[in-house]
Design a protein around this ligand. Structure first.
Ligand code: GSH
Length: 218
């Protein structure tokens, strides 16, 4: 039996970044699916586990943790051995990963969520200003990836897992993504990971389902 239980919703971006981290580490996790459509995350049972009622949430024995970036750090710390390039011990390398995780939490993911993902459900049209913010965020990622395989260099890190789940909403952006060639090459590299499809496909299926439900063409 797996040590770690992960409460998740398959389409959820932060849940997918945690699942990719576990896959990269080769750590089996027991998935506990919460049906968000039926508000299972608000059930008394789950509220007792996590009063913030958010996923991803992990349980490791008598320890409970939520917030995807904290979970990814915890998994590498626990299963990554002495030093692991997913979240390196070297102070400056680690600081670069942390900088991106902070940028993702405060700026990048928020822009992708509010401007690209949520409107699929709400049918609100993003403002011009929001769209410019997204364009600027893609541009920043593109610049960052010039001459790099992954966001901080030659090795994949948890920052790549955190950011690719937001970046994956690029198909909802009504602009030409060929303006971001380095970012798109990185995205393709991420999509080629052996576990990418298994972990991420349900997001794309979910968006299609929401579009159909709200009468938007795919
Ligand atoms: N900053 C959190 C965000 C988690 C989050 O917002 N999860 C959503 C699903 S994608 C959720 O559980 N929402 C339920 C709620 O807010 O009640 C993380 O990275 O883990």
């Amino acid at each position: 039996m797996a040590d770690i239980q992960l409460y998740h919703f398959p389409a959820s971006p932060p849940c997918r970044s945690v699942r990719m981290t576990a896959k990269a580490l080769g750590v089996p996790i027991e998935l506990k699916h919460l049906d968000f459509m039926n508000k299972e995350h608000l059930s008394p049972e789950f509220l007792q586990i996590n009063p913030d009622h958010i996923v991803p949430t992990i349980i490791d024995g008598d320890f409970t943790l939520w917030e995807s970036r904290a979970i990814m750090r915890y998994l590498v710390g626990k299963y990554g051995g002495e030093d692991n390039s997913l979240y390196p011990r070297d102070l400056q390398k680690r600081a670069e990963v942390d900088r991106l995780l902070d940028y993702d939490l405060g700026v990048f993911y928020r822009a992708m969520l509010e401007t690209l993902m949520l409107p699929v459900r709400t049918r609100n049209t993003p403002t011009k200003e929001q769209q410019e913010q997204v364009a600027k965020a893609f541009d920043r990622i593109d610049t960052l990836l010039k001459d790099k395989k992954f966001l901080t260099g030659d090795n994949i890190t948890i920052a790549d897992f955190a950011m690719v789940v937001g970046f994956g909403a690029e198909f909802l952006f009504q602009r030409d993504m060929s303006s971001y060639p380095s970012a798109m090459a990185w995205y393709k590299r991420m999509q080629e990971l052996p576990y990418y499809q298994e972990v991420n496909q349900q997001f794309f299926d979910y968006v299609e389902k929401l579009k159909k439900l709200s009468g938007q063409a795919s």
